[in-house]
Design a protein. Structure first.
Lengths: 415, 107
């Protein structure tokens, strides 16, 4: 792999950009690999990358039904933060945030991580108490967050109406280290680094079945034939339940649609991420100038990658109330993604009933921010066969034992 | 917009009039259930990509719970029936089988 640098740009400029090579190769699958990862989204590619980088396992295939990063990795609102209430969540999301901070250098690929700050508005007294609790918890966890007053909110976000008639802003939970990243670049950067280590990224290859012998996984049936493996990692978000069924077990997961949209591009008006969970909308401004807006999930199982119309209306109503200047803004695009929700709204990074088969799923509405940390923890689990400290609490048997990592109240619905 | 006909009051209710209740026909294991059975009742879900049976409540109408058969891959609604049903009515199952020959039936 040729490194990207200012000298590479200068060199290519001298020869009409004829020397750029493909970022990753697209080989035909081999008969067998040490590890097969199903799902070439952010989490799957990060898992493969850290398997190679941290554990020296490089004989890996990453197989993908569609195209690389075409699922939820390319559909989210790119928010990165780690201000979670529960210790296991704060640990893994903050690991992810720390890795994001150095990711562009690590991958030699600009993921455009922008630590512009994330603000979660408190608009009821209940929310004020909840976020104060989170601030205290974060300080004990070593995650730097702070409580800011409505005046400080207004100073950071001048376009916000803090005296709305329904829900005036009573303060906010602020994480200055949080921000946004370029979601496609995260997938592309990891893919390029994986390919450079000799791993095979096989796109347009759908898994049709999981083969096992005496309770140990031996490979996967795909549309490109059987691919054998010693270890299997399932990292497929919305379709985790379908893949688990092929492997013969059931997950505590329901798939629902989550929607997002972007407005027409405008001049810079908002340089932090604002989340308002009571009125329910969250927004940031992309580098292109579009307002990137996320809302709520549907309340029913759905695999169609499009959500209910009234949720768009609710989200925009909330944002127009919070940012009155947006009322004349046109929306450019709207889309949906299928998110995998667990009973406690926390992910699964776990061994499964099938030996040497591991699962990483259940990130629900908040997977993008976790990609590097999730890959780091999953790689350790796959390499050693046992979870490390980051993944331990996220095993799938916690539901039987009642050891929930309950973020459903702490994180609200907006991630 | 999703429209379900309430089997009690007969109103074709739009989604904003309804409250979702997720998977239907979950049988609670009574006193003495094993941990596995209780976990399955509480958390393990079918989550199919295709025919699904769900609980819905006509929240901003008659207020009653009812059950609905729906396709999660196409959003097609097959029909609704009373909440007291232990399993989907035979004629609804026949109707779904006619439309979805690959469907393995209600389990």
């Amino acid at each position: 792999m040729k490194r990207y640098s200012v000298f590479a740009i200068a060199r290519e400029a001298m020869r009409y950009h004829s020397g750029w090579e493909k970022a990753w190769v697209s080989p035909e699958p081999k008969a067998k690999y040490d590890v097969v990862i199903v799902g070439a989204g952010g989490h799957g590619l990060a898992t493969a990358y850290y398997l190679g980088k941290n554990h020296g396992i490089k004989n890996i295939a990453i197989i993908e039904k569609g195209w690389l990063g075409g699922g939820n990795t390319g559909r989210n609102t790119t928010i990165i933060r780690s201000n979670y209430l529960q210790d296991p969540s704060a640990a893994i999301y903050d690991k992810a945030l720390q890795l994001y901070e150095g990711l562009s250098q690590d991958l030699n690929y600009n993921v455009m991580f922008s630590p512009r700050g994330v603000m979660m508005l408190a608009q009821t007294h209940h929310e004020v108490r909840g976020y104060l609790r989170t601030v205290h918890a974060n300080n004990l966890q070593g995650v730097e967050t702070k409580w800011i007053t409505p005046e400080e909110v207004k100073k950071i976000v001048p376009i916000m109406n803090i005296n709305g008639p329904r829900y005036p802003v009573l303060g906010a939970l602020y994480q200055p280290r949080g921000g946004t990243g370029r979601h496609d670049a995260v997938a592309w950067g990891y893919a390029r680094a994986c390919s450079d280590m000799g791993m095979h990224i096989i796109q347009n290859c759908e898994v049709k079945g999981v083969r096992s012998e005496n309770g140990t996984v031996t490979g996967v049936e795909t549309t490109k034939g059987f691919i054998g493996c010693n270890k299997l990692g399932m990292v497929v978000a919305g379709h985790s339940g379908q893949l688990a069924e092929m492997a013969g077990f059931r997950l505590p997961i329901e798939a629902v649609a989550l929607q997002a949209m972007v407005s027409e591009p405008i001049k810079p008006a908002l340089d932090v991420v604002v989340m308002a969970n009571t009125v329910h909308g969250y927004m940031s401004q992309s580098d292109k100038g579009e307002m990137v807006i996320g809302g709520g999930t549907d309340g029913f199982n759905n695999f169609t990658q499009r959500g209910s119309w009234h949720h768009i209306e609710e989200t925009l109503r909330a944002l127009v109330e919070t940012f009155p200047m947006l009322s004349r803004l046109k929306m450019l695009r709207q889309w949906g993604g299928i998110v995998d929700m667990t009973g406690d709204r926390s992910p699964l990074i776990s061994k499964t009933p099938l030996h040497n088969c591991f699962i990483n799923c259940g990130w629900g509405t908040g997977g993008f921010k976790a990609i590097p940390g999730s890959g780091w923890a999953m790689a350790e689990l796959v390499a050693k066969g046992e979870p490390g400290p980051l993944a331990e609490a996220f095993n799938m048997w916690r539901f039987k034992e009642g050891q929930f990592i309950d973020e459903s109240v702490a994180a609200g619905v907006a991630h | 917009m999703l429209i379900l006909t309430c089997p009690y009051c007969g109103v074709a209710a739009e989604e904003t009039e309804l409250a979702p209740g997720y998977e239907a026909h979950l049988a609670r294991f009574g006193p003495g259930s094993s941990d596995e059975e209780f976990e399955a009742y509480m958390f393990a879900r079918k989550n199919p990509k295709g025919v699904h049976f769900e609980r819905w409540r006509h929240a901003f109408g008659c207020g009653k719970w009812f059950l609905a058969a729906r396709d999660t891959a196409t959003l097609e609604v097959f029909g609704t029936y009373p909440a007291q049903s232990k399993e989907p009515p035979a004629e609804l199952v026949e109707k779904i089988k006619a439309k979805r020959p690959d469907w393995k039936g209600f389990k």
